[in-house]
Design a binder for this molecule. Structure first.
Ligand code: GLA
Length: 389
């Protein structure tokens, strides 16, 4: 996060006046998922890391009866009266913080009167978890100012629930988890069934992690996401009529015959095949990274994208262009979509001497083929949500 606390303090006083009482600062990162896509809500493995892009929340207690919210990223102040149960404001970014404040309220932990200012440098709607970042910065702040004493895992769950209820996105736990538990220069392997996790150093040597934003306008991402989720639930229902399973990640590639035999819908069969093969790839990729076998890791990233494109059908022309054109360029070890899909970003591992050429040539061919301009980021891997000042 590059935001300067002094500048943010000035912006805070511009919005709320009264320089006598200083605000406090909280921070939460965005995340990129290296592999393990659409596995979290299927009880599988994911392998994300927190970025050094994020959201700062500047906060002051007022003793009043409302919460005032401003963001340097979205114009206009929103005022919300304190309540024991909050309701979403259609289309407003404030649903992310207020959704979390609502989760505290539902546990009987009331928010005090607040003045809040947010600033984030995660591109919005790009699949890098800008929303989870706002939720988690709010959760960490609320936990501290109310003395609620919740652990990080509880805050992660509350933020996930806020997203489900207030944003209507039936997301899994990966984003809020990665944002909460991020660790500098490490990826996190998380078993989304048991919530056991461990850190793996992300040592790429003379290679760069490059994130490329399709800049495709977000359309029906949330409803298509929820549809995929229901398709997976249907697959479990059909298989469990013959074989006891709680989720698709309990199956391995040796069990793929079951989906052929027990699922008659070709679409649901494809969805199940993606989840089962992706979970296997993710475990293999984690092992490869732990052995510093980046070539295998890159190959698995490529296979992950192919499966998300052909079987899970969450890519589209923009992501596929970045990935399939990117693979033709020198020094590209692996490249795939990251996050929910349908737009958003790709993540690539590229040999450092070829990084500039990758950015230039891929940017050009992407614009020629799609008429859109791609943005490229080479962020560092950062720590999770916390108080900063
Ligand atoms: C979104 C969701 C996550 C996860 C990914 C796909 O980012 O919020 O829970 O399902 O999509 O892997």
């Amino acid at each position: 996060m590059k935001a300067d606390p002094d500048l943010l303090r000035e912006e805070f006083f511009k919005a709320y006046g009264d320089r006598a009482a200083d605000p406090v600062f909280f921070y939460s990162p965005g995340r990129v998922n290296l592999i393990g896509e659409h596995t979290d809500y299927n009880g599988g493995y994911v392998f994300p890391c927190a970025l050094d892009l994020g959201t700062v929340m500047v906060l002051r207690l007022t003793g009043g009866t409302k919460i005032r919210l401003n963001s340097l990223n979205f114009p206009g102040e929103v005022e919300v009266p304190l309540s024991s149960a909050y309701t979403p404001l259609p289309g407003s970014w404030t649903n992310y913080p207020v959704g979390v404040i609502n989760e505290f309220a539902l546990k009987g932990i009331a928010a005090p009167g607040l003045e809040l200012l947010f600033y984030g440098d995660i591109p919005n709607g790009a699949g890098l978890s800008s929303s989870a970042s706002i939720e988690m910065v709010t959760a960490v702040a609320m936990n501290e100012i109310t003395g609620a004493g919740s652990g990080m895992m509880e805050l992660v769950r509350m933020s996930q629930k806020a997203e489900n209820v207030f944003a209507g996105m039936n997301c899994g736990i990966m984003d809020q988890f990665a944002v909460g538990f991020g660790k500098k220069d490490h990826a996190i392997s998380l078993d989304c069934d048991t919530l056991e996790y461990r850190y793996a150093p992300l040592i790429l040597g003379d290679r760069r992690l490059i994130i490329t934003n399709t800049n495709k306008r977000r359309g029906l991402t949330d409803s298509k996401y929820n549809e995929r989720r229901s398709e997976c639930e249907r697959a479990v229902e059909l298989i469990s009529m013959h074989h006891p399973v709680r989720n698709l990640s309990q199956l391995t590639v040796d069990d793929l015959w079951m989906i052929e035999k027990y699922i008659d819908s070709p679409v649901i069969r494809k969805r199940a095949r993606h989840v089962i093969t992706e979970n296997g790839r993710t475990l293999d990729a984690i092992t490869a990274l732990e052995k510093n076998d980046i070539a295998t890791f890159g190959r698995l990233m490529n296979e992950s994208h192919d499966s998300l494109s052909a079987d899970y059908e969450v890519t589209g022309i923009e992501l596929d262009t970045l990935v399939y054109e990117g693979r033709k360029l020198p020094g590209v070890i692996g490249t795939r979509m990251t996050g929910a899909g349908f737009g958003g970003c790709t993540v690539s591992i590229v040999e450092s001497p070829h990084a500039d050429e990758f950015v230039k040539r891929l940017g050009e061919v992407y614009t020629t083929k799609t008429g859109l301009r791609a943005d490229f980021y080479m962020p560092g891997i950062g720590d999770g949500a916390r108080r900063i000042v």
